[in-house]
Ligand binder design. Sequence first.
Ligand code: GLA
Length: 724
Amino acid sequence: MKVETAGRDALLHLSAGGVSIVVDVRGGGLPRIVHWGADLGALTAGELGELATASLPPLVSSVPDGVVALGLLPEHSRGWPGTPGLSGHRGGRAWSPLFTVTDVRLDSAELGGHRLSVRGLDAAAALGITLEVELTAEGVVRLRGTVRNDGDQPFVVDQLALGLPVPSEATELLDLTGRHLRERQPQRQHFHVGTRLREGRRGRTGLDASLVMVAGAAGFGFRAGEVWGMHVAWSGNHRLYAERMPSDQRLLAGGELLLPGEVILGPGQTYAAPWLYASYGVGLDEMSARLHRMLRARPNHPRTPRPVILNTWEAVYFDHDLGKLTALADAAAEVGVERFVLDDGWFRHRRDDTAGLGDWYVDESVWPDGLHDLVGLVRARGMQFGLWVEPEMVNPRSDLARAHPEWIMAGGDRLPPPWRSQQVLDLTHPGAFDYLLGRLDALVTEYAIDYLKWDHNRDLIDGGHQPGGEPVVHAHTLAVYRLIDELRARHPGLEIESCSSGGGRVDLGILERTDRVWGSDCNDALERQSINRWTQLLLPPELLGSHVGPAHSHTTGRRHELDFRAGTALFGHFGLELDLTGLSVADRSRLAEWVALHKRLRALLHSGTVVRAEHPDPALLIHGVVALDRTEAVFALVAMGTGVTAPPGRIRLPGLDPVRRYRVRPLPPGDVQRGINHEPAPWLRDGEVTLTGAALATVGVQAPDLYPENLFLLHVAERPGEAG
Ligand code: GLA
């Protein structure tokens, strides 16, 4: 690591991974970002200076007399008319700080990234600020602000948000919303003057959380159009916004949403906002690819092949019976499952979802000998063992709630509205924290548990700390992180899945300490095609749990062929969540083929570049994964509905090396052309076709005419020694 003190007058050009960021720290104020986006190539100091000058706007009428530059931390005191980056006060004063820079440090890491740290001070307001800007080797920008109270009276922090500018070409906004069973749905709009604000006030990341807020060039899509996206790495309340001023200054910004009085800094105390992640690309795929590569480069990214999972939830629900579970484990092992996860229903008083949360002891009435018989059997079949828990939750009908009603979150002398008959345990009570750590530690130790599915099935409403009712969402979120960190420190091999009624806790804060997320409680493959597609805006496939559910989906009432369900789950962290014991012999062996295919492909699927091609007919989705060395790829053509035309036309297969030659052929068992047309496309009759990457990306191949809610897989392999 090369550490430089860049000087308080620095104008810096950082570039890595195809991205440049130009930071202007001249003039004494906090940094201004001159450029964030495409790599600018080598620039001399003189050229950098010219660039910075060329980017300054002229004065117009009825504005402050000096240029109001948009800072990384927008300051009201400098005349920024939009949302200030820091808002807070000390007894009604020090509410509009004006920072001057005291220190600029630049570390250029050997791995090709950069870390810039700028410290500032407002002596009159008695506040210090630290802004960290990292550009990772993959081209992702990470940002964080920390504020320090230098006064001798408490300072109340209301908000600390940092922002990055986007150019005037970014005329459209995309963010995501969702609900239980249908997470991560895109919504687009024009980037109007004003603030497009997505707030999370649910105390968890939220089923409707946006994951990423994207600003982009008109008509941007997965493969084309410049895009700039931002994510808040935080599992509690948060804000993510895009703001445009009448001056046409535009930015993306984010931070934690602090409830009144949640952060009051005593003398010398600091508050660090969550990390923000920002990624640029030409097309959403390139933006995502940078994020995926950055995540994969983390030291804590899962390194072992992702074990194929059997989760018991949609197989048995609360009906825990050793005989039934034994048969299920036998069937799972037979089809190739590698990790058996016992879901909800194993602990005291948990016969349905109205009682028991908090009583983290194996239920003696259901499991007189504990879980040892089941765990032993699972291991004897060569599988890992996983267990479902929901540590932060408590049912009023539980021993725990009766013993410690004061540990339940409440904003006053009343309980928050019940939600799935449960309340939230306030982990800022040391007793509650210690109890949970003790129970989880004991269970993981006793059964040598490999994997916890860590659930969180309600919003935090009136998230107050008893007896006073002070808001505690911020401190509780940190306590949850501490709990997971401590458990993992005690059990370094333990893997954890972040589940929250499906995809309600999907963010890079929780993923710093967990190994995958559960994408949705909806295992309907049709819904999952779109949920997975959009969740992968942020996450690479190996971090996204995706299971083969029953033929009849209990969440939508739809029925789907096994091939459609399995071919959909194939691309994520693959699992099964159905009663295998009820399958026909033919279906079981078909499922075993899919499991085997996933095992064969997972090294590629979990390391390659995700591509999502657009087809003019929205009824046809195309997505795939291309190996990093572009020798191989797998694509899925998905008929989401009936097409407007028949046949659907050609499909382009992008992301390959334009000059290499590739053999394309259907990939069994995903090669069944279920459709009305018994006459396959001519190239499919021949079984394969060989084309260059350029031809596949620009001309493509004729798609088969599929029934709706079916898919077709293609395998693409470089023909050795045949570069065109
Ligand atoms: C939540 C989860 C499901 C399942 C149930 C069990 O809804 O998202 O996957 O674990 O809880 O109660």
